[in-house]
Write a protein that binds this ligand. Structure first.
Ligand code: ADP
Ligand code: ZN
Length: 725
């Protein structure tokens, strides 16, 4: 009997081992094994077992080569069920990632650490029948107290009864109590008391949505505005699964995985909820994961990695805010957790619900094609109305309009709070005319060119087309400028000048580089330590501030003008404006939203201000179709990097030229990334587009096997890429 083992070496191959007779009965696929590897012991997962009856099987494939035996089974309970292992393999194939890397992503490191184990502490229980022994008065009192409490953990009993472990052990020696080691759960909620909540009576739309989810068969896209009661639908769908003895996974973007979110699930399902997220200690993560695997916890709440949770008898997967780009993992394996959820649902026969107020165009098209069912929630379920949204056209170079400044002043007078948002992303620079605002675009793709200073070239990061840097505007003949937009610091300075006494907090990549400062800034704002919060995209998500009654977007169209390398710019802008509109006025106070834009006639800005997702999606899908962009195709990026500028360029050119001969994949020219150099690495990219992901996978496998990159150059494939810089 032989076993194929995946060892975490990123070699993308499995290793064969002989299974010793003593282990043959116990060994199972999905278990963690200990095996000899070179001169050391390694750990790996059993992927497949072959040749149960060795004597009649064919001779070993390597002639007289003798396989080494498995040293031990680390844990007899498999880490991966058969369906989960199937999912791992499919995701490895789809993302062109080594299967070990997917296995590694699927189990928390805290669980696999060699010294990871449950926390074991002394537990005291009163003995059943206390023997008639002579005790002191004090001992008798202690014994009575322990009986009254029904026992407890040593440290807590000592604190409560003001005594010492030695004293309690003496009671043990006299046979009055038993002292034994027990595993004590490291609880992420820290034993915090959560008030139980009861199911709410659903409104008609919610009831229809719940029925659609319960019907199953297809994934359901739950399209509902912020506050429309999607979470209540999730909760009741999960309750139904639990009643049928099935489990559930709830995925939320990391940024909205706040204690409030977790508590909503804990309030309904108590101890049956396990939480997995990056802020847990290793011990907490170890315990939560084991509670899931053992079946003690049936509902898992977590970020994208929760899609791999070993939930027994999985009945339902919820992906909340399914459009969020944080579901895409940006290093190997580059999976998209929403897509993995849909695949897992199909493999395990579990229902899947994807919730959003602004669905991704990928999911929306799946509804149009009949692959997903649609359920809509059009009204807010609880208190609060949708805020009034107004558009203000910006002229000249000012950052703030008179309308917005007046609205801020009113909030300052009333003691209410304001959020101001600067729509701005990283590195990409576009070129625009100072005079008429003309933006230089790729004629093929109608997307702003990205300006590369190094060789003053304009490049399209979709098709690889380029033009030499212009000296004047083709429309008005004036001088042109490379443009990266207004920075938060400048916006803050200008604001402070208008309102010298206002307390302003700024949040951007600079102010949040310290650990925790993100949370620090938000809690300072929440507790009223500032009047105005000014920041980039990162303040738009998942935040609920009861005293905020005004939200201003300073430059709504700016990412449309500058995101040369991002064909999702319009989609992201729509999401951003809808999100901030959903933020204001959720509590008792009515909200107002002011959206500033240099061009208010841009369709996405107008439609976002009106909240017309359907019209936006129709228009954007058409535009993407004309340029052969997702969701009408799969879009993958081959990224190459090297410390040697010449080598990476040559290799990228060669890859692009070779791949172009294949024919069934649309291949761009090789080009430097918008972010040309990072951490001392020179970066290049090639984009691949095809209706079939398998054609892209095949092309990648072919090129990386016939032309493996040399030492010093790294190449990777990002299937369905999100981050294009
Ligand atoms: P979403 O998840 O869509 O943003 P929530 O589930 O958070 O919306 O609901 C918003 C508010 O409406 C919450 O305070 C919730 O308690 C309340 N709510 C949800 N459903 C109902 C209902 N059927 N009746 C009354 N209030 C509801
Ligand atoms: Zn182009």
């Amino acid at each position: 009997m032989r076993v194929k083992v995946a060892i975490d070496l990123a070699l993308d191959r499995l290793f064969d081992y002989e299974v010793p007779v003593a282990l043959q009965k116990k060994l199972a696929v999905g278990q963690l094994l200990s095996v000899p590897f070179g001169h050391r012991e390694a750990r790996g997962f059993a992927m497949a077992v072959t040749g149960a009856e060795v004597s009649v099987g064919p001779p070993p494939p390597h002639g007289d080569f003798k396989l080494k035996p498995v040293a031990a089974i680390v844990d007899e309970t498999p880490f991966f069920s058969l369906p989960l292992l199937e999912l791992v393999k499919r995701v490895a194939g789809y993302t062109s990632a080594p299967v070990e890397s997917v296995l590694k992503a699927a189990v928390p490191a805290a669980v696999l650490k060699k010294n990871a184990r449950p926390r074991e502490l002394m537990f005291i229980e009163p003995a059943l029948a206390a023997l008639p022994v002579s005790v002191t008065k004090r001992q008798q009192w202690l014994y009575d107290q322990i009986v009254r409490l029904g026992g407890g953990w040593m440290s807590e009993l000592c604190r409560e009864l003001r005594t010492t472990p030695a004293t309690i052990r003496e009671l043990g020696l006299k046979g009055l109590v038993t002292v034994a080691v027990r595993a004590r759960r490291r609880d992420p909620l820290g034993g915090r008391k959560v008030l139980p909540s009861k199911p709410l009576g659903l409104n008609d739309e919610q009831r229809a949505a719940l029925t659609a989810v319960e019907t199953g068969g297809k994934p359901v896209l739950l399209f509902g505005v912020t506050g429309s009661g999607k979470t209540e639908v999730y909760l009741q769908a999960i309750a139904g699964e639990l009643a049928a003895d099935r489990g559930a996974i709830v995925m939320v973007p990391e940024i909205s995985l706040t204690p409030q979110t977790v508590q909503r699930f804990a309030a309904r399902f108590g101890d049956r909820v396990a939480v997995l997220h990056s802020a847990l200690s290793d011990g907490e993560r170890y315990d939560e994961w084991h509670r899931i695997r053992s079946g003690a916890a049936r509902v898992v709440v977590g970020p994208r990695s929760a899609v791999w949770a070993p939930v027994k008898n999985l009945g339902l997967i919820v992906v909340d805010e399914e459009h969020e780009s944080s579901y895409k993992q940006e290093d190997t394996p580059r999976y998209h957790a929403r897509d993995v959820a849909v695949l897992r649902g199909a493999i395990e026969g579990a229902k899947v619900v994807l919730g959003s107020a602004t669905p991704s165009l990928e999911s929306w098209m799946n509804v149009k094609k009949g692959k997903y069912a649609l359920a809509e929630l059009k009204r807010r379920a609880g208190a609060g109305t949708m805020p009034a949204v107004s558009l203000v056209e910006m002229t000249g170079g000012s950052i703030y309009s008179r309308e917005l400044l007046e609205a801020v002043r009113i909030r300052l007078d009333r003691g209410e709070q304001t959020i101001l948002l600067l729509n701005r992303r990283g590195y990409a620079r576009s070129v625009e005319c100072e005079g008429c605002g003309y933006v230089f675009e790729c004629p093929e793709c109608s997307l702003p060119y990205t300006y590369h200073r190094a060789d003053s070239c304009l490049r399209c990061h979709v098709c690889g087309g380029w033009a030499s840097g212009p000296s004047c505007c083709p429309k008005c003949r004036r001088r042109v400028l490379d443009f990266i937009g207004v920075g938060t610091q400048r916006a803050e300075a200008a604001l402070a000048k208008c309102f010298p006494r206002a307390r302003i907090l700024r949040m951007d990549a600079d102010s949040t580089s310290r650990k925790n400062s993100h949370d620090d800034i938000l809690s300072a704002f929440r507790s009223g330590e500032a009047d105005i919060l000014l920041g980039t995209q990162m303040i738009a998500k998942g935040l609920d501030f009861p005293n905020v009654t005004l939200v201003g977007v300073l430059n709504a169209d700016s990412s449309l003008r500058m995101a040369g390398s991002d064909f999702r710019a319009a989609e992201r802008t729509f999401q951003l404006i809808s999100q901030v509109a959903g933020r204001a006025g959720r509590a008792a106070l009515p909200g107002e939203v002011i959206v500033q834009s240099r061009d208010v006639s841009v369709a996405v800005i107008r439609l976002a201000a009106r909240g017309d997702y359907g019209a936006f999606a129709a228009e954007e899908l058409k535009a993407r179709e004309e340029c052969f962009l997702p969701p009408h195709c799969h879009f993958a990026v081959i990224g190459m990097k090297s410390k040697n500028a010449a080598a990476v360029g040559e290799w990228a050119e060669m890859y692009a030229a070779s791949l172009r001969q294949l024919g069934d994949v649309k291949v761009s020219g090789a080009m430097p990334c918008a972010l040309e150099k990072a951490d001392g690495w020179y970066r290049w990219q090639i984009t691949l587009r095809s209706e079939r992901a398998s054609a892209i996978c095949r092309a990648w496998r072919w090129i990386s096997s016939v032309r493996p990159v040399p030492k010093g150059v790294r190449a990777s494939l990002d299937m369905d890429a999100f981050n294009l810089v």
